[in-house]
Ligand binder design. Structure first.
Ligand code: SF4
Length: 393
């Protein structure tokens, strides 16, 4: 198995996306607090770590924690908006620290749409520079994209652009908008789409990638909206392989360990052939409509075999399909009984960052600046993220 964990390195950002699900908090990390989390992943025999945020390149110790994680044997990845990675010197610094993979996030190759989604102008060119600067520095580059109301109809246009202008990018990741947290929750009217809004353009995008020999993953999209490429669903792959995920949130949630990847289903799902390997509808924010789910009648086992025997992903631990089926049936039984399932906040592990007077003061300053940005861009600001016992500063 190839479990990969997440560390939120910072929570502030130099962009102001109206659908950000992890906006500013007063929690901060030092190198030592991040090192404890890396050590925890190593002790759990994790394969890799994804350094994320906020915008992780804003933490001055990012190269150092990258180097440390790599020295401990982890595969080290970064999710970034690319603003700093566009500087060749910074890209080379991260490469020599051991960064192996950068997920550069681009939502739309239409500059006016990207500017509206980012809350500021001029970010798209920087992201394109970052893609090439990282590649030149020897870092593998993937493109991350959050599916939302403003880009849902042209996901394939994005792919055509990358294939022709950045042909070295071989892997793409989509995340359907999570309407349950941060600014995404309070700006659903502006940024949340219906599932059918992206159905055609996602299918076209996946076909383009598949036919050009590229690879991809799609997260938080029900399998009935990507049936032909169901094997590329992140949730389905984790369900099939029995993987888990730990996210160290730099906020009051702290550490969440996820061993189940099933979300909301509709009565129609009871009739669907993919029900047991489908993550359903990720809808903790009550934004999507379960009535948009429609059962499909395709071979579940063909999808499972494609995942188990995928030569580009040797992380599955099963020697044969029968061995998988025995293990899967047992996992399903345990899951029904609630045994062997650990979901939610983890007690007893290292703390995720801390809050002190200085971080509270900085947070108060950021809230004021972000309130002005929110007003300018016509979006709502998320609720205050100070811990309940933190005093006003
Ligand atoms: S109908 Fe339900 S179980 Fe079937 S693919 Fe859609 S969400 Fe998944």
């Amino acid at each position: 198995m190839a479990n990969i964990g997440y560390i939120q390195v910072v929570r502030h950002c130099n962009h102001f996306c109206g659908f950000c699900s992890n906006p500013s908090t007063p929690y901060v990390h030092t190198f030592d607090t991040m090192r404890a989390l890396v050590d925890d992943f190593v002790a759990r025999d994790y394969f890799g770590v994804i350094l994320t945020g906020g915008e992780p390149t804003l933490h001055p110790e990012l190269p150092r924690i990258t180097e440390y994680a790599r020295e401990q044997g982890l595969h080290v990845r970064l999710i970034t908006n690319g603003t700093r990675l566009a500087e060749p010197e910074f890209a080379r610094r991260l490469a020599s620290a051991g960064l192996q993979l950068a997920h550069v996030s681009v939502y739309s190759v239409r500059p006016e749409v990207e500017a509206k989604l980012r809350g500021i102008e001029g970010t798209l060119e920087r992201a394109f520079h970052a893609i090439d600067a990282a590649h030149l520095a020897g870092i593998e580059v993937n493109i991350n994209c959050v599916i939302n109301r403003l880009n849902a109809d042209h996901l394939d246009e994005n792919i055509r652009h990358f294939i022709s202008h950045h042909p070295h990018v071989k892997h793409f990741v989509w995340n359907n908008l999570d309407p349950s947290m941060g600014r995404a929750e309070v700006n659903q009217d502006e940024f949340l789409h219906r599932l059918r809004d992206f159905e055609v353009s996602l299918q076209r995008a996946l076909l383009l990638l598949f036919e050009s020999g590229r690879t991809f993953r799609v997260e938080k999209v029900p399998l009935c909206y990507m049936t032909e490429f169901a094997w590329a669903s992140t949730e389905t792959r984790k369900i099939v392989k029995g993987e888990e995920r730990i996210v160290h949130f730099l906020d009051a949630k702290q550490t969440i360990r996820q061993t189940r990847f099933e979300h909301v289903y509709s009565p129609a799902c009871d009739h669907c052939s993919l029900r047991t390997i489908c993550g359903g509808l990720f809808d903790r924010g009550d934004g999507y409509d379960p009535a948009e789910l429609a059962p499909v009648f395709v071979s579940r086992d063909a999808i499972v075999k494609r995942i188990l025997f995928d030569k580009t992903d040797p992380s599955a631990r099963f020697e044969s399909f029968d061995a998988w089926r025995r293990d899967f049936d047992e996992r399903c039984r345990e899951s029904e009984q609630g045994a062997g399932v650990v979901d939610g906040p983890q007690q007893g592990g290292p703390p995720v960052g801390f809050v002190n007077e200085d971080s509270l003061r900085r947070y108060a300053g950021r809230r004021q600046a972000e309130a002005r940005r929110a007003e300018q861009s016509g979006v709502s600001l998320e609720p205050d993220a100070r811990p309940p016992d933190a005093s006003e500063t």
